[in-house]
Ligand binder design. Sequence first.
Ligand SMILES: [Zn+2]
Length: 178
Amino acid sequence: MTTAPEPGSSSGDTEPFEPHYEPPDWYRNPVEPAASVVGHSMGFASVTYERPGCSVCGAQQVAAVSVKRHVGMVFWWRTRTADGPFCRPCGITLVREMTTRSLWQGWWGLFSLLINLLILAENLDAYRQLVRLPPSRPAVGKSALRPGKPVLRRPLAYVALIPAVWAVVLITNIALHS
Ligand SMILES: [Zn+2]
């Protein structure tokens, strides 16, 4: 068996040339693409073109939606946005969590009453797009979020009844006394 010559050793002139080549990481540990489009394969490494998948899990069946939540207090408010694209389970998880938080944190200021209504409508629209998506697998090594209970089976969602009742009382009072 022949061994590669030591660098600088004179025996290298007589030994047959034996190239030492370290294959790159991607060759030794190939990662199988989850749902990528194979564009070319010639017996060497395939060239793949990944589409941008779900922002959370990389699944390929996605909707380009944003999900929002609003926190509205008397003198300040804040809106947080989770930008997609999202697959069905990840998107529905975010819609349920962020809608529930908006339903109990989003009402406590005059401007926030209006802003929160718009945000809830946007989340509902995002939800409608997400439920139409076919199921798809997450990318290798990632997992999708678990949607959990629907919004109306989460007790915190019913905090929204307090500002709703308050608004009805306020409007009734204004109507009766004007
Ligand atoms: Zn996902």
